[in-house]
Write a protein that binds this ligand. Sequence first.
Ligand code: SF4
Length: 889
Amino acid sequence: MKQAMHITKTTCPYCGVGCGLEVSKQTDGSFKVAGDPTHPSNQGRICSKGAALGETLSLDDRLLQPSVDGKPCDWDHALDSVAIRFNQIIRQHGPDAVAFYVSGQLLTEDYYVANKLMKGFIGSANIDTNSRLCMSSSVAGHKRAFGSDSVPGCYQDLEQADLLILTGSNLAWCHPVLYQRVLAAKKARPQMKVIVIDPRRTATCEIADLHLAIKPASDSFLFNGLLNWLHQQGKTDTRFVAQHCEGLQQALQSAQWYAPSSALVAEHCGLSNESVATFFHWFANNTKTVTVYSQGINQSSSGSDKVNAIINCHLLTGRIGKPAMGPFSITGQPNAMGGREVGALSNQLAAHMDFDQDLHIDLVERFWQAERMARKPGLKALDLFDAINQGKIRAIWIIATNPAVSMPDATKVRHALQNCELVVVSDCIRHTDTTRYADILLPALGWGEKTGTVTSSERCISRQRPFLPPPEAARADWWILASVAQRMGYSGFDYASAHQIFCEHARLSAFENAGSRDFDLSGLAAISTQQYEQFSPLQWPVRAGDSTGQARLFEDGKFFTANKKARFIAVTPRPPGGAVNVDFPLVLNTGRVRDQWHTMTRSGKSPRLNGHVSEPFAELHPVDADQLDIRDGQIVRVQSRHGEALLRAQITPTQRTGSVFVPMHWNDQFASMAAIDRVVNACKDPVSGQPEFKHTPVRVRPYAARWYGFVLAREQINTDAVSYWSRSKRQDLWHYELAGEATAEDWAGAALEMLQSVDQDTQWSEMFDSAQQTYRAARFIDGRLDSCVFISPHFTLPARDWLINLFSQPVVQRSDRLRVLAGTPASAQQDSGKTVCSCFNVGRNTLIQAIKKSSLTSTEQIGSCLQAGTNCGSCLPELRELLAQTATG
Ligand code: SF4
């Protein structure tokens, strides 16, 4: 019997909601992960990704030993090698010849040490974080409007709003627990209105009273139009604007010029006049309005302007710094906010200070007793990898991130890494698309082993606490960085603990602050080790003498600009970086799926998460698919000027015509050619440097496959001879989808070559239909299904899910064995279909059948019948959609 033994309170390592978790070790050695009922962010809730964290803790594929030039070594040699080689390059070429590329996965303490080392001691600001790709446009927008990178509100505002606008945010899939909170609030107050602004009809649209399927990249017209219209309608909060803002006239002039009427706004945005009018009226008539925005706004070559266009509307109406009002940026990564706090973006200093103020540079220099203080901003991510390609940067240290997959124009990034004189990679995973370029590999701790703090999207600082010992040689990132710093000859890095670093970070935030800067942790600067261990979540600022933190900023109407006034920013809408044309007529939009995280290095280990979407795909509208002669389920080639990807076509009316959606998660470890950032263009926002992941001109063509197939096997297979493959880890087996351009003369031989680890003497049951050109084979060992292979000239192949379920049977019954080769389950019941509820492994077919058979009409009834939707609730939007479809079908 599994029984909880000890509970560790920690924080989820995935998204920016920052849910508190309770991890308990079971008597069988496994770990159960549940929502922490005492954590303010989630109050006990959890999503499918958080709930499956226990499945990601194995040491399979962990990096556990340092290595230099491909040879395993001890820490002394590895640390010395990094220090000596960095020092050599700095001596010969100067401090700007080296760089760090770090990550929102790092804890604040790790981030702090990395930033201090680069900016205070190496003497360059060439440290950038992958948060550049996620929310740097929000940072730029905040700083332009508020004089500081401050998120004004908190999650409660979303629940208390009368009008919630979600723009460029698929909250249901990307921030599921916050979505659950909104859903509960709307259920309690059905009069609360929700508007979703998104070119796609995403799962979030389920709660939308109004969905604006906006033309890609036209957001600035919409919010400029709103600003202009609100002003025309007398909705300006004249007292607030006069006392607390500046720059309205310029912003209005721009808005009036580019968006003079709602009719023109509707035309620019590809929307109906009625829907634009409804949006404008609802905004005007609901004082309690919150506008939530995320990657759909930020990941644009005019992301900063879009952010300011949104903020402008809130400043005009005085809806900021008050309960249930305000613009609200939600971050992708768990500690993107922590990175912003320590200044891990190359254009920032530490503790929300800036290079454009000599006073700040001087202050940080004195506080750190910096030996060689950087005095100008460093290179932002795209420029940084370009500088490697140009030979200007000769050494890069990549920490906890996978730029070979996640950067736009990723082939160019791989080229940079291939040719860089020195590539150091710290990671907890051994095989990533980036570690293959490393000269020096340093094993870092993984979630579950780390100790430190993270900050959520609402400025809430929480502890991550370890519940596992460091495996083998793996060490904390702050320890690795501080050890290298000491070996490079720098003082000020003799840290003994994460607690010590946190206190230094808090002291810096307080240093000569006196209310002049938003980021202030003076109240935490002297906390004891015990207080750090017992730290309860708290929203900054936490000023001296304050133990409660602060839910909202700007309540007094004072901002962090020189004259304390917020600034309107005049927004000139700009076209996206790349325009569609006859060669590349469609717009590629990249994003996320419900159950995967970033480049899958962690979530890809979880069998239950892989059940939801097991293969990379390209979503197309039926009209586009018709024109291109593409059918649902076919493999397609998505090409841009930069690269191409092979993906399974999914044809759906939820996609906008002219657009293609592809998830960003798959990498070379999980598919032959699905790393979509190879296709994404490298256009960027001139203010924030954030790349445009949502708008790349592409063409889509059917892939000329001569055969399609799939393999289910207990061992990984050899895919060297296969042109299209994708794989996913399921419970006790690997699931491969395959396709190729050349038909094998001997399918049995080809299958055996793929299943190379298989005992060649073991008997196969085979079926080859030469007329149909189909090949099917299965192998049973001691009555257990060991592997099966299905090949066909057509992409319509037998259902996989019932076969996958057969693998869990200790002995497959004779009747089922015969059906394996026939490719048909005994009854519809046996094919559960694609996983909808990951927590209880409930498939689509099972759900449809139960809804029909038992006349189920609510998710509660589904829960009682099948348990689906009763744990994390991430599948509830899909359950409701199934109920609706089944009722109308
Ligand atoms: Fe983790 Fe899910 Fe919470 Fe995000 S919403 S922090 S992924 S549990």
